[in-house]
Write a protein that binds this ligand. Structure first.
Ligand code: ZN
Length: 395
């Protein structure tokens, strides 16, 4: 299915060469997928008009839909994609809810709007893929701690179950970024992950700090999102948004940079949200020689460098891809990051890691959603051996 989505219409021989599957296996699989109407067969007359027509397979785009919900500090973005992985509709709604109940109600309303705008029923949306920053329990479908709702947990399986049943998946946003980066590396000729082995980290900089790790396993690969932003940087020190003291985020989250730049005491309760324009102003001051502003970014870089060094001490070196809105200040953070890395023995002896700046985080997040959700949908739909009955489509 992913070969068909990636390359478009494919013939039997092409499927075999793209997937490495034997011809007989391809026949068995395409026959089964065709029977359950997950793929469609088209016949193409050869250019000369002679001989047998070429048979091509393509995913049955309208047989099921996928909704993606991306929760961020100030907005919720809703996207609808078809079974071919093609984006059909997208809109964002500003978010003000601070109560769990209102928050869940807002998502339900947003999803209903998504379905009605494309004139499809709830049942036609076979999978709902949700992401947020913070601590997520993917197996339980729960948001355990989020910058948006704090300690108020959201159980998406329970809360959206009535309408969406067992088709809800919740993931940490930076985990999805790591997943997308991993998939991109697989198709690169100059891949950083040689010989199908390796590990990479995605580090997301913004109001909060996220880390995702993708690594190879015996059966393929896995992605995890360790609680990097709230790992201890300095015991008993600056107050973090999570309520603890001395977390990495309490030094390099946007609110922390703001706090240092304006010389506000580090035990001041963090601002709920800092507009980018505010950070841009501090960055501009730093670039024009303001010492306190420059120090705020250097201190943030130092916390990130120390944190990454600890990660390498435990897991060995891996390439790091820096993403998120904070990448626009990378020139100001870089010095502190290098300094923080070099303070550790792991880096002094093991060398500096490869660090890449990836500017388009939203694209990576969506790619990660699609990668995980479509393969889960494939499994669900093949095991169910059926597609949405035609009656589920309203028009
Ligand atoms: Zn914290």
């Amino acid at each position: 299915m992913s070969a068909l989505r990636h390359h478009g219409n494919l013939s039997h021989t092409e499927i075999s060469s793209f997937t490495g599957l034997a011809s007989g296996t391809v026949s068995a699989i395409t026959a089964e997928l065709e029977k359950s109407r997950l793929i469609l067969r088209t016949e193409q007359q050869s250019a000369q008009g002679r001989g047998r027509p070429r048979v091509l397979f393509t995913p049955n785009a309208a047989c099921a839909y996928l909704a993606v919900v991306i929760i961020s500090s100030d907005a919720i973005q809703y996207s609808l994609a078809d079974y071919n992985g093609k984006l059909i509709d997208r809109f964002s709604e500003r978010r003000q809810e601070t109560q769990r109940g209102d928050f869940v109600a807002a998502i339900n309303t947003g999803l209903a709007r998504l379905a009605s705008r494309s004139r499809i029923t709830h049942e036609a949306i076979r999978h709902l893929s949700i992401s947020s920053k913070g601590l997520v329990d993917p197996a339980g479908g729960r948001l355990v701690w989020s910058p948006v709702l704090g300690d108020e947990q959201v159980d998406f399986h329970d809360d959206l179950a009535e309408v969406w049943q067992n088709r809800v998946a919740v993931n940490n946003e930076t985990l999805l970024v790591a997943e997308a980066l991993w998939m991109r590396q697989q198709t690169k000729p100059d891949s950083l992950l040689t010989g199908g082995k390796g590990m990479l980290a995605a580090l997301s900089l913004g109001h909060s700090i996220g880390l995702g790790i993708a690594r190879s396993t015996a059966s393929g690969f896995e992605v995890v999102a360790p609680n990097f932003g709230h790992m201890l940087h300095m015991p008993g020190a600056a107050l973090c948004r999570c309520g603890s003291r001395g977390c990495i985020e309490a030094y390099c989250g946007f609110y922390a940079i703001l706090r240092t730049a304006f010389e506000v005491p580090p035990d001041t309760i963090p601002a709920k949200f800092v507009p980018l324009a505010e950070l841009d102003k501090i960055a501009s001051n730093a670039r024009h020689g303001n010492r306190m502003a420059a120090f705020a970014f250097r201190q943030a870089g130092l916390a990130l460098g120390n944190g990454l060094a600890r990660l390498f001490s435990l897991h060995d070196h891996m390439p790091v891809f820096v993403t998120g809105p904070g990448t626009r200040y990378y020139d100001l953070l870089q010095g502190g990051i290098l300094e923080g890395l070099l303070q550790s023995q792991a880096v002094r002896f093991g060398g500096l890691p490869a660090i890449h700046v990836e500017l388009n985080e939203p694209e990576l997040v969506f790619e990660g959603h699609m990668g995980l959700a479509l393969s889960r949908m494939d499994e669900d739909m093949v095991s169910a051996g059926m597609t949405t009955p035609p009656s589920a489509q309203a028009g």
